[in-house]
Design a protein around this ligand. Sequence first.
Ligand SMILES: Cc1cc2nc3c(=O)[nH]c(=O)nc-3n(C[C@H](O)[C@H](O)[C@H](O)COP(=O)(O)OP(=O)(O)OC[C@H]3O[C@@H](n4cnc5c(N)ncnc54)[C@H](O)[C@@H]3O)c2cc1C
Length: 362
Amino acid sequence: MSTMVLGGGYAGVMAANRLASNGETVTLVTPSPWFVERIRLHAVAAGLRGDARVPLAALVDARVAVMDDRAVRIADDGVLLASGERLDFETLVYAVGSGGPGDGRAHHVATLDGARRLRAALVERPDAAVTVVGAGLTGIELAAALRVAGRTVRLVTATVPDGRATRTHLLELERLGVRVETGRTVDVDGLVDDGRDIVVAATGFTASSLAADSDLPTDAHGRLVVDEHLTVPGAPRILGAGDGVHVLGRYAAHLRPACATAMPLGAHAADVVRARRDGVRPAPFTLGYVARCVDLGGGRGHVQLVRGDDSERRVAVTGRAGGLVKEGICRMTLRWLAAAQRYSWSGRVRPVRAVEPVPSAQ
Ligand SMILES: Cc1cc2nc3c(=O)[nH]c(=O)nc-3n(C[C@H](O)[C@H](O)[C@H](O)COP(=O)(O)OP(=O)(O)OC[C@H]3O[C@@H](n4cnc5c(N)ncnc54)[C@H](O)[C@@H]3O)c2cc1C
């Protein structure tokens, strides 16, 4: 069987390597010869780290054919690439990830280009204060890194956090000297126009338009909709994994965009392809989270232990110990990708009756 994987990130590399080690013929289409450790981009933007790229050749199984290209449309008879080439596939794994705010004028750190642009702006204006909008994990990590790098930082968030972990993160930021403003909605473009601060939107990731452009079913955010076998309803040759997909079903309501989600999804997509080849009914995708890890800069971190459904347990590893655990996990991600055949994860989560989105009729 031949499988095409679109996207050389956490989900795509995991899927491609696992498929190759299962004896499948695999082509990985991705627009650059580099794997980007997106989980390091806040540190790159703040100037605490020089780069977040790893050569794909060092991570991807030698049996995988890698094509430096970008998919622009998926059709029944193949995938159209930006180069103009059309490639046929028996099975396709859609793993194109997520990006930053598409049309906003604020900075972001969702992609390497975004992180580099922010870095350049910080270098150009060494005395400018930075306003980070959004107190999700990306906003918190970025605010901490910028502060550690010596910047004046304000973190603004519309919501007042209710989780114990987030409250701890915000207290840690205040301890570092970040001005934290909760319960405040700001006009991000207005802040950019004001021109005083460097403004960074950390208000969430956005989906690629590839699924919608290909008339595949998408959710309200443009993510490809897949069932609990990670297969597109009505298009059984197409599977999906990673930030760019919305998984339907009893076991998926708690899933969040994360490399901690993308890697198990990529591995499971490969296992579904293998099960089909072997004539076995694939298992549904299940993922029980274990921890939520945050880099708080200067070697400090916060590792919140969680139940399978991502709800907080009472225990967290904090301070320098938390930083060591967090760094250890970041390093392990590259090892897990390289040894995809042996990669395993906890599937311990209770099924819930999920409120399904209505896929767009395309
Ligand atoms: C600053 C920051 C910190 C983070 N920290 C954490 C953390 O601590 N823990 C955690 O779990 N998660 C973290 N995340 C989230 C994590 O990085 C993402 O959830 C993860 O990268 C998703 O993996 P993916 O494979 O779906 O997508 P990606 O890693 O984005 O990979 C997608 C790939 O697809 C390629 N691609 C895009 N379009 C096309 C196309 N049309 N054709 C072919 N290829 C295409 C891209 O070039 C890329 O190689 C963080 C993210 C950021 C930005």
